[in-house]
Ligand binder design. Structure first.
Ligand SMILES: *Cc1c(COP(=O)(O)O)cnc(C)c1O
Length: 344
């Protein structure tokens, strides 16, 4: 029996043809496809500017640099996220201040953010955990720039315009893929210009004005993104359908979804006491469920600081992401549900 992964990409003949056309063209990188993809990102999100880059991590790094984060600056990040969110702060020499999440949604807790603020706080990064946007209304009231780590949430209503800067990832498990890739979205033309410069060695014309990077996206990747973005709506609709079916079985053991429209359903996360046991019994039945995440404060690279974020740490022991991706068939979903029934 074929193993079902927790997620995977959906690639069709149009995607393949789009990439092949670039391979036959004059430009493999920095050609016409990158700006076309950026325009498509603006069109689907309503953001005024999009800067396509080489990964979601690069997008987060550029967002931090465009806000001028440096040594001595603090940036508040939630514990329940992929480690790249906090790493982006450290790349600039800043200090990530890790705060707890709300127990029901696992989104950053604005009250914890308020308590963690000091005169060194220069920004807050909200993470749209599982595809559900953080409470940006509340975060924006705290008086510093707000960045959305929207690597999970492209396709949810409002994403792209909820924060000052929005970072996307196009890794194969995300809403749409370019293989590797990412983007910064913003309505601020200065921030967009700064990100454009920094992704290309800090160059304006032939001269390097500041220390920049090679975070460019290639035309090969952008062509795949352009083809994928046409299917964003149907991809999100499939994920919603699968999530609704899981919901009938999992009920209140699932992480709370407040509003189906405002959720891209990147992950379907349940909470289980004996998480490790259930995960291994599912694996025996050919179902690969994932753990998102071991909280950032418990990572070795963050010095294993236990008891800093109790809600995130409890979730870290209990969360399990069931397979949820557009290419799943109804019978795949049936298989996951019956394997889960046997494993609990
Ligand atoms: C995937 C992801 C990233 C990093 O994106 P890459 O494209 O893999 O660099 C950052 N934050 C979150 C929450 C993610 O899920």
């Amino acid at each position: 029996m074929k193993t079902i992964p927790y997620s995977r990409q959906s690639i069709d003949d149009d995607d393949i043809a789009a990439v092949v056309a670039v391979l036959r063209s004059d430009y493999l990188t920095t050609g016409p496809k990158v700006p076309e993809f950026e325009a498509a990102l603006c069109a689907v999100t309503g953001a005024k500017h999009a800067v396509a880059v080489s990964s979601g991590t690069a997008a987060l790094h550029l967002a931090m640099l465009s806000l001028g984060i440096g040594p001595g600056d603090e940036v508040i990040v939630p514990a329940m996220t992929f480690v790249a969110t906090a790493n982006a702060v450290r790349y600039c020499g800043g200090t990530p201040v890790i705060v707890d999440v709300l127990h029901d949604t696992l989104l950053i807790d604005p009250e914890c953010v308020r308590r963690a603020m000091t005169d060194r706080t220069k920004a807050i990064i909200g993470v749209d955990y599982a595809g559900q946007p953080a409470d940006y209304e509340a975060l924006k009231k705290l008086g510093v720039p707000v960045v959305a780590d929207a690597c999970h949430s492209l396709g949810a209503k409002g994403v792209g315009t909820l924060a000052d800067l929005t970072c996307l990832s196009f890794h194969p498990v995300k809403s749409i893929t370019t293989g590797e890739g990412g983007a910064v979205l913003t309505n601020d033309p200065y921030a967009a210009d700064r990100c454009m410069e920094l992704r290309n060695h800090g160059r304006i014309g032939a001269e390097s004005m500041t220390l920049g990077y090679n975070y460019r996206m290639s035309d090969i990747h952008a062509a795949l993104g352009l083809s994928q973005i046409r299917k964003l709506k149907s991809f999100v609709a499939s994920r919603r359908q699968i999530s609704d079916r899981y919901g009938e079985f999992c009920g209140r053991s699932a992480v709370t979804c407040k509003d189906s429209e405002r959720h891209a359903r990147h992950l379907y996360v349940v909470r289980i006491r004996d998480r490790d046991g259930v995960q291994s019994r599912l694996r025996d039945r050919g179902i690969c469920a994932g753990v998102h995440y071991v909280p950032v404060n418990l990572q070795a690279a963050y010095r294993n600081r236990v008891a800093l974020c109790p809600a995130a740490e409890m979730a870290g022991r209990e969360v399990l992401s069931l397979p949820c991706f557009p290419a799943m068939s109804d019978s795949d979903v049936d298989r996951v549900i019956s394997a889960l029934r046997e494993s609990i």
